[in-house]
Structure formats: structure tokens, C-alpha cells
Ligand binder design. Sequence first.
Ligand code: SF4
Ligand SMILES: [Zn+2]
Length: 362
Amino acid sequence: MEIRDLTKEIRDRSIENSKVKELDRLATSWYQEDLLYSGKGKTIFLILPTPGCTWALGPSGGCTMCSYISDCYLKPIENDKIIELFGREFNKHDFKTDFKNGDKIAIKLFASGSFLNPKEVPKEARDYVLNKLANCDEISEIVVESRPEFVNREVLDEIFEIIGDKLFEISIGLETSNEETRLNKINKGFNNKSFEKAIDIIKEAKKDYNVKSKGYIFVKPILLSEKEAIDEAIETANYCEKIGVDRVSCCPATIHKGTLIERLWRRGSYQPPWIWSVIEVINTIRQNVEIPALMDTSGFGSRRGPYNCKKCNKELKYMIIESNFDQSQIEYDCDCKKEWLAEVKFSELTKSKTAIKHLPLY
Ligand code: SF4
Ligand SMILES: [Zn+2]
């Protein structure tokens, strides 16, 4: 069965079984320490309610690891409602008490899809949100996510007409520079040319605007061995730097409900990466490229996320978070490392895409 048919079937079933969501509960926000372009600071994460990613809702079924649409309304939303919920969340943050005077503050607007797609975030709501941020002196950086096909000069002109000289970063889920993996294992539906076109538009717009790009790198798509996953992630960061991406952020796989990756995981055909693999990836990327490289640690140490052993999961998670601020190398050792080394080595030998931990190879 083609990957699209399979993803679509799983997606449809998951939508069918999902409960009706209360719109008011879909918007949320929080803040945490983060690495900004201006250095260590704080980022407000704000989830905007949207009908859902058009790629996931369309005939493709969306990406094989993504369950964002389970947090979406799946029906059109009135502009006034988006504006009201944005206002409710934004006003929760008191810049006088939540943040210290002089704190560097960024805001990440999550649309659970593409912020730049007017079918997901209508222009009127987008303009309102950006206007509000433009008038907030404390916020210096605005970060959004988008698929590459929605990046164009016209939308950048519209945005910068409102936000002036604030920094605006567009994060794009490239996932991997390997087109075979992106198309046939992630079901992402765009090629390197489309990504490069979006990056070129951003590079060209830098002459006029304070615009930046970020590439998301997905660590360990389905049907890749542990070794292949490590190599592809490292290679992808090299590619991003080469074509002019401003920074990269690695997202190691976690198993989300209602996805193809979950189906393979349930049947023993897929395991999220070892935390050792994640460390190998981020250490090597930081040696290879000059652009900042971040590592997400969501789901670390859980049954559905990257895992080493009970002794080292937690400590390594905190070490990775800390290293994001100063871009340092992570040095650590634990007894479980030899198991990981064996898996990496033998996955090369056997070309196996599944874990070998039940084989007595070490
Ligand atoms: S990863 Fe992005 S493009 Fe893919 S289904 Fe999820 S939101 Fe849509
Ligand atoms: Zn360990």
C-alpha cells in the first residue's frame, strides 16, 4: 500500500474517533527560557486555534509522525474567535511581573500547521495578532511555522508592513535533506527545490527586512536504522547551512496517537531514537556547522520518546537543555552506552530497521 493511502486511512480513522473539541480550550500559552537570536532569554509559546493543517486534512493524510490535527478544531473558525482567544492568552502574561526588566522576550505562535497559510490563519486574524505584537515593545522576536509553499514575497511585505523592524523567523519542517526519506517515509510532499525556493525568498527579503529562517530536522523517521537516522540528521544540518538557513532545530521522534509511526511502534517495527543517538547528532552538528543548532527534548525518557536507561535519561535531558543555551558539547557516560553502540554497529551490518536489543550481540 502506498504510504499516502496508509497515512490517509490512519488519519481518517483517528479523526473519526476523536471527540468534539471545545474551541475555548484549544488556545493556550506558557513561557520558558530559550535561546533567542539576541542571546539567552524567554519565549512565550502561544497556541492559536486553527481548523488544522491543510496538508494533514487533504488527500495525502499528512506527515507520518505528526498528530497536530488532534489539537485542532477541524472546522472553520470565525476571525473574531481567533482574535478573542489570542487576546485571552496574550493578556495572561504580565510583562511587569512575569519578566524581569531587560529580559529578552520572543513569542512563538503555533498554528499547528502553517501560520502563513490564509486557509489556516486568515489574513485578518494574522494582521490583528501581528499588530498587537508590533505594539508590544518588550517583544523583539516573533517566530512562526510554515510549509515552504506559503513563503512568498507578498506575504513578507504584508507582515513587515505591520511589524516594522522586529525580527521575524519562519521555521520550516524540512525534516531531512534526503528526498527519498522525506517523500516516502515522512510523506511530507515537497522536494528540496521547494525548500530552497522558500529559503531564497527569505534571503532576498533580508535586504529589506529582519527576517530569518529555521529548518526543523526530524531525528529518526520510520524505516531508517539507528545509524542511518544519525547520519541523515547530521547531513541535513550541513545542507541547511550550505543553502543559507539561519539556524536548525532537531526534533527527535516521539510517538503520537493516530499516526503511522504509532502503528509501526505498536507492532514492534519502530522505536524512537536512543538519547545517545540524539547526543551524537547534536554534538556532531555543532562541530560541523557555524549556525546555532537546537535540540528539542520533548518526550525524553518516556515510553513513547527517546530513551536510554532509567539511570541517565533525566540527567541527559537537562544537559541537552543547558547545552542549547551555550551550544556546547555534551560529554557523559553510562553503562547503557555499550548497548547503543552495539545497536548502531549491527544495524549497519544487518541493515535492520528495528531494534536488536533482544539479540545477544554485546
Ligand atoms: S508536520 Fe507540519 S505539514 Fe506535516 S502534517 Fe504536521 S503540521 Fe502538517
Ligand atoms: Zn544509561
